[in-house]
Design a protein around this ligand. Sequence first.
Ligand SMILES: *Cc1c(COP(=O)(O)O)cnc(C)c1O
Length: 367
Amino acid sequence: MKVPFLNLAAAYEDIKDEVMPAIEHTISESQFILGAPVQKFEEDFAAYCETGHAMGVNSGTSSLHMALLAAGIGKGDEVVTVPHTFVATVAAILYTGAKPVLVDVDPTRMTMDPAKIEAAITPRTKAILPVHLYGQPADMDPVLDIARRHGLLVIEDACQAHGARYKGRRVGSLGDMGCFSFYPGKNLGAYGEGGAVTTSNEELAERVRIFRDWGAKKRYHHDVLGFNARLEGIQGTVLALRLKRLDELNARRRAIAAIYDRELENVPLELPVAAADSEHVYHLYAVRTPRRNELLDFLKNREVYCGIHYPTPVHLQKGYARLGYGKGDFPVSEKIAAEELSLPMCPYLREDQQAFTIECIREFFAR
Ligand SMILES: *Cc1c(COP(=O)(O)O)cnc(C)c1O
């Protein structure tokens, strides 16, 4: 039996009959960039995230970049974020000319450790950028409290957590702005690249709309240096349809996670801890073991495909040496990078595939 890490073909089969005529309609109407299909998705997504506004952009990276620009962040400013994330979080800060200041993550939650934030704040700090990693919200109350006391903005990287809740509230609505990716493998995925910024602040919303569309509020009136970061009509069409299924698909992810939790309880693996204050949406089911590489190979030999998120923390990536950090600076992030393994997880993972995965893991530890 082959167990794929992710099954995008099954997701397509599930919605094909609905999505293909809708795409055809968008094309026949020549609604290629922004326009009615994107607007419809933006309204639906804002309502879903419980925010006043959502602005479609062309990737999760652009959502972070445009949000930071809208916040007025640039050269001379500092933004506090984490090294244990996908590089885009840190890259987007660098794109604005600002300096990313990193703080380590909490060893249990694997998201920004609030106890580490205050020591990283300087007079140049403008914003805090926590990441809701693997589908679990960061511990936001202390982050928001620190931000309020120091007059900082909070921008959420929610690229892995569409639909997750923290103390009952949706991610993307907790800080000043939320950033989402619709990369195909995310909990809400497009048929190509896509992203969105959410906010309930009208002024920030308007600034994101301007920055994503060449810095022009009115065509050919370029008041600021903007970008081409617009969401395509076909992606808006696909996303509006898939959004209707998101809660159901997230519920399936949680059910799969519950089976892993139960069946792997007695295996010497560190299982993900879902915080009681949150609703985890399991973009990834991230286990940890010092024998990670060995287990990964063992499973691969049995055609059970896993992932590593991420093998090298951002501060140890060659392209990010300019940040000035080195080995040992963020021990928790470094330990997670060495031990983390993402088990097969997607709403279309079959029961027999998951059972086989569990059987193989048990076999590995029983040898
Ligand atoms: C996927 C991802 C991004 C970037 O999104 P893209 O759509 O690939 O540009 C940013 N941050 C995190 C945490 C992500 O997982």
